[in-house]
Ligand binder design. Structure first.
Ligand code: FCB
Length: 455
């Protein structure tokens, strides 16, 4: 018999358990079957820009091994797989001719998943813009909204009847901050004038793709953002103002635009003359009703005023009392509860999914006697964060599902293969997959619909 505290703490019956990846991080085969690569291929093939010169040329070879990977998903009991489509497989030049072989690949992925009772959750843009479009200015070009909506429509027509969940963009903040402001991701620009333009065009692209969805299909569509809650290090007016700037830039910029049709006031102060004027028409395009929001949560930031930090004048205060992952990200599970509650309080009762959550740790390279790679830190991270989701549900937040990042160890962008986030270990020489104890633990959590957390 379940106690009353347990039953009031249960995950809703239809709560979905999934895991996530993205195309460039796992697929490999950038030129297969008529595909043309993205600006991440260009970036990773430029000397000095990624760890050890690592590229996504092979990655987890999922383009070819998708059948094996779906079998492993089934073994774990996953109910949904969040993956992304490589734009350049479907429309190699970014605009114009559609490549039937590219569509056929994703057709097969979706069918394989459905045959195994795994719901596909498809992200249209997880950072891999076709190089031909980067040559035309990429996200700095206002036409990018139309390019993206056209590509999205092709996908809706091909898969719209079978895919229950679509997302337009993954983490526009990272595209802008890492790609256009600090130059550590593709396309490698470092330009304060470009950052707000790229951000705005990404959001216009989001709006145009949602609009196109309403014309072509009718399951559900959302936007995926990464939220890092900002906690002021002190109550001083300077620290509070710095915290508000950091929060506006990272957390509210994209959600306010999509859900309220406006940008936070702090951004004009952060960017000064680099902050553009936005027309009411653009804001209307961005402000489309969405069916759900995906939140990616990894860590928090304790924030202080720091005039030396460009351009936010806000810095992070490292919390040495807590464990940090290999990314040097503080492990702070209550931040996930706070984030979900904050989201509901600020934006209302929109269905929300935790579309990514996970941790990089230096796992042992070999399996133990039972054929499992032991990853106790990741097990602890996973359990604590799923518990944090449960706490948000108890507080009345409409959280509909959780996706572990990541199904597989994969190409971690500029960090290459050095940082492992998978619940499944990948040997990048042989492509052998080995379950980690976190995958075992997650399978148990799924099987018991969360009750395994109480043990
Ligand atoms: C997120 C990205 C994902 C992965 C994780 C660790 O920002 O969406 O691709 O790199 O971080």
């Amino acid at each position: 018999m379940t106690s009353s505290s347990e039953s009031s703490n249960r995950f809703p019956d239809r709560f979905v358990w999934g895991a996530a990846t993205s195309a460039y991080q796992v697929e490999g085969s950038p030129f297969a079957d008529g595909a043309l690569p993205s600006f991440w291929h260009r970036f990773s093939h430029t000397p000095g820009l990624t760890h050890d010169g690592d590229t996504g040329d092979v990655a987890c070879d999922q383009y070819r091994l998708i059948g094996d990977d779906v079998r492993i998903m089934r073994e774990i009991g996953l109910q949904s797989y969040r993956f992304s489509i490589a734009w350049g497989r479907v429309i190699p030049d970014g605009t114009g001719a559609v490549n039937a072989a590219g569509i056929a690949h994703y057709d097969r992925v979706v069918d394989l998943l459905l045959e195994n009772d795994i719901a596909p959750n498809v992200t249209l843009y997880h950072w891999d813009l076709p190089t031909a479009l980067d040559d035309r200015g990429g996200w700095l070009n206002r036409d990018s909204a139309e390019w993206f909506a056209d590509y999205a429509s092709v996908m809706y027509r091909a898969l719209g009847d079978r895919v229950p969940m679509w997302a337009t963009l993954n983490e526009p903040w990272v595209v802008v901050d890492a790609g256009y402001l600090y130059g550590i991701h593709a396309p490698g620009h470092r330009n304060i004038f470009e950052a707000p333009i790229a951000a705005h065009n990404l959001m216009r692209a989001h709006g145009a793709a949602v609009q196109a969805y309403r014309a072509e299909a009718s399951r559900s569509i959302g936007l995926v953002v990464n939220i890092e809650p900002k906690y002021p290090v002190s109550d001083s007016p300077a620290d509070l103002a710095a915290t508000a700037r950091a929060d506006a830039y990272m957390n509210r910029q994209f959600l306010d635009a999509a859900l309220n049709g406006s940008y936070p006031d702090e951004l004009a102060e952060v960017f000064g003359e680099a902050w553009p004027r936005h027309s009411a028409q653009d804001m209307k395009l961005i402000h489309q009703p969405v069916d759900w929001i995906g939140i990616n949560y990894y860590t928090r930031s304790v924030t202080k005023n720091d005039p030396a930090e460009f351009p936010l004048r806000a810095g992070r205060v490292r919390q040495t009392q807590h464990v940090h992952t290999e990314m040097d990200w503080e492990v702070y599970p209550p931040g996930l509860t706070d984030t979900l509650v904050w989201f509901r309080d600020r934006y209302g009762d929109i269905p929300v999914y935790v579309t990514e959550n996970g941790s990089a740790f230096a796992d042992p390279s070999a399996a133990n006697g039972e054929g499992i790679v032991d990853d106790p830190e990741r097990v602890a991270y996973l359990r604590a964060h799923i518990n944090a989701v449960r706490n948000a549900i108890s507080a009345g937040v409409d959280v509909r599902g959780y996706y572990a990042w990541s199904l597989l160890d994969n190409f971690e962008w500029s960090a290459g293969y050095a940082k492992r986030f998978g619940i499944i270990a990948v040997d990048f020489l042989t492509q052998e997959r080995t379950l980690k104890s976190s995958a075992r633990e997650y399978a148990e959590i799924i099987r018991t619909h969360g009750a395994a957390l109480l043990r």
